[in-house]
Design a protein around this ligand. Structure first.
Ligand code: ADP
Ligand code: MG
Length: 386
């Protein structure tokens, strides 16, 4: 006992915390005519972020309520958005496990709902309809898609276009499966003029359009963070303020675990274990690294983040091995994480230092770990040999 599978989104409640590790998922591969719903492939390699605290299995409770572990938490996970989402909910004393389980189920359904509207890989998603209407009249947008697009334009401007969701006009020319080859420079050049976040036009009536025919938005660097934030907001709305929601390396830490702060570890890029941990409360931590998904061509490795100025993926030689961003919410942390990766370690860290709401942990190619000034007191390095 101790494990229970729920039909909704393959939700799995578990008394065993060992699985409380993000299993990263990059955007799915583009595949010609879009099928109804593509299940994005998982990345190879290490998981980007890991919640470190969980150890003890606990006896299962009853058939209706999910198992509660000895440390007072309920844990559940589900495959969504091409990756694994997990929720770790601390049950305040006196709260009913069945209520906690119901809230977790709703939170997972919320992630599923966001995926259904904001995925560029689902042919009938609202985002796909928005993309298909590019160059035409503005269309009415749901509050969620409007909010994601609006935040995207703010972050694109703040990062001088290092994060730019309109990269997707070119992004969908690229496949990052092992053995893939780059598109031709001509094909990239032909689409480069379509990459311009200023072409995302939103109006006060909640409508939006893409300025030019052929423009396309991909939300792979922000929708997962938004979904994490929505799931966390839902749990708070049900009175469960103390929890961690995590999806493929995007984590939001809400409240605390009773008397203690939640600790979130940062995955080693080169193997199992963590480089260290941060205690966080009401903050997001998002980790992204090229080591998770890339292909090699002519002796070069290309990771799945694209430099919107060139239309080419980041060159491994001058990018960080991994970037982690701490921000007020996972939506911001997710998008800024990609932007800082595009900027490269040096410019990226300088940018983070210029933004009071952001902190960063950057692992450079040399193995050197750089911390932004606001983290130096809060980062707890893992003991050597771990
Ligand atoms: P992860 O999938 O590990 O969370 P990121 O958050 O960095 O990684 O997002 C990478 C994804 O973002 C890519 O798979 C792609 O969908 C999208 N993307 C790639 N380059 C950019 C960019 N310059 N701006 C915005 N989105 C991008
Ligand atoms: Mg991300």
């Amino acid at each position: 006992m101790g494990r229970r599978v729920d039909r909704l989104c393959g939700l799995l409640f578990s008394a065993f915390g060992l699985g409380l590790v993000a299993c990263g998922g990059a955007g799915p591969e583009a595949s010609g005519a879009a099928p109804t719903r593509v299940t994005p492939p998982k990345r190879d390699g290490a998981d980007p972020a890991k919640v470190v605290e969980i150890k003890e299995p606990a006896p299962a409770v009853d058939a209706e309520a999910p198992p509660v572990r000895k440390d007072g938490t309920i844990y559940a996970e589900s495959e969504l958005m091409g990756t694994r989402f997990s929720i770790n909910l601390w049950l305040d004393p006196g709260r009913d496990a069945a209520d906690g389980g119901a809230a977790v189920r709703e939170a997972i359904a919320e992630v599923d709902r966001i995926e259904g509207l904001a995925s560029e890989w689902i042919a009938e998603s609202e985002l796909s309809r928005f993309n298909a209407a590019a160059g035409g009249e503005p269309i009415a947008l749901s509050p969620d898609l409007f909010a994601i697009l609006q935040r995207s334009t703010v972050i694109a401007e703040a990062t001088s276009g290092a994060f730019d969701p309109t990269f997707f006009a070119i992004g969908d020319l690229w496949s990052f499966k092992p053995g893939a080859t780059p598109p031709t420079q001509e094909a990239i050049d032909a689409r480069l003029p379509l990459v311009d976040w200023r072409g995302i036009e939103l109006d006060a009536a909640g409508r939006g359009r893409l300025r030019d025919v052929g423009m396309k938005v991909g939300l792979g660097a922000i929708a997962k963070g938004y979904a994490v934030d929505r799931a966390s907001a839902l749990l708070r709305g049900r009175g469960f303020t103390n929890h961690i929601v995590e999806g493929g390396g995007d984590t939001f830490v809400s409240g605390s675990k009773g008397e203690r702060a939640w600790m979130v570890g940062i995955q080693r890029p080169d193997g199992p274990g963590t480089i260290g941990a941060l205690s966080l409360e009401n903050r997001a931590l998002v980790t992204s690294g090229g080591y998770q998904r890339y292909f090699e061509h002519d002796g070069k490795r290309y990771a799945h983040i694209i430099d919107p100025r060139t239309g080419w993926p980041l060159d491994e030689a001058d990018s960080a091995i991994s970037v982690s961003i701490v921000a007020d919410d996972a939506t911001d942390a997710d998008a800024y994480c990609t932007a800082v990766a595009v900027m490269g370690p040096e410019r990226g860290m300088a940018f983070v230092e210029s933004q009071p709401a952001l902190e960063a942990v950057i692992i450079e190619r040399s193995g050197e770990i750089s911390l932004s000034s606001g983290l130096r007191e809060r980062f707890v390095p893992a003991p050597p040999g771990r």
